[in-house]
Design a protein around this ligand. Structure first.
Ligand SMILES: [Zn+2]
Length: 172
């Protein structure tokens, strides 16, 4: 134990041996999530910055949707993991597909959510509402294909391989 650890009260967890545990009022708080002494209050400094978007298994509450969506937006009907059906009004300009998810900003709070395509009940309407990088039913390009597409598209350059991949994904 270093002097600093002693000053801050940090100890080595007696159960798993992880450094940086803390004894508070006789209870061990361990930063190791797999340890039975694990405490959520520990290890916050190591927490990574929040991602740009979050995959939600339970999307935020939204008012039930009735009637046509306003201009520039479209409706998404979604069944969550509990089997509950939710409706969202989504901003068409914010929508993009990423692999098997639709990432889109929804009303009323304009939060960006990521919805599994498998759970979208009106998927054909949703995918008709904004440009698609792949054709319906087409496989998502592989990592190597995407790197080639992104590389040449970003530079406005080309190569025989790029032309070949581009022919498969003309809307990429
Ligand atoms: Zn521990």
């Amino acid at each position: 134990m270093s002097l600093l650890d002693w000053v801050t009260g940090k100890i080595t967890c007696p159960r798993c041996g992880t450094n940086g545990a803390k004894e508070i009022n006789g209870t061990i708080h361990c930063p190791n999530p797999t340890c039975s002494y694990f405490s959520k209050t520990m290890g916050k400094a190591e927490a990574t910055a929040p991602a740009e978007t979050v995959t939600v298994s339970q999307p935020p509450e939204a008012e039930p949707y009735a009637g046509p969506a306003p201009a520039g937006s479209f409706a998404i009907r979604y069944r969550n993991f509990r089997g509950q059906e939710k409706s969202f009004i989504a901003e068409a300009a914010s929508a993009r597909r990423k692999k098997n998810h639709i990432i889109v900003r929804v009303e009323p709070k304009r939060v960006t959510i990521s919805l599994s395509r498998d759970r979208i009940l009106n998927l054909s309407d949703v995918e008709a509402a904004f440009p698609q990088p792949v054709a319906p039913g087409q496989e998502w390009p592989t990592g190597a294909e995407r790197r080639v597409l992104t590389y040449h598209k970003g530079r406005g350059s080309t190569s025989p391989l790029y032309e070949k991949i581009r022919a498969k994904y003309p809307n990429w």
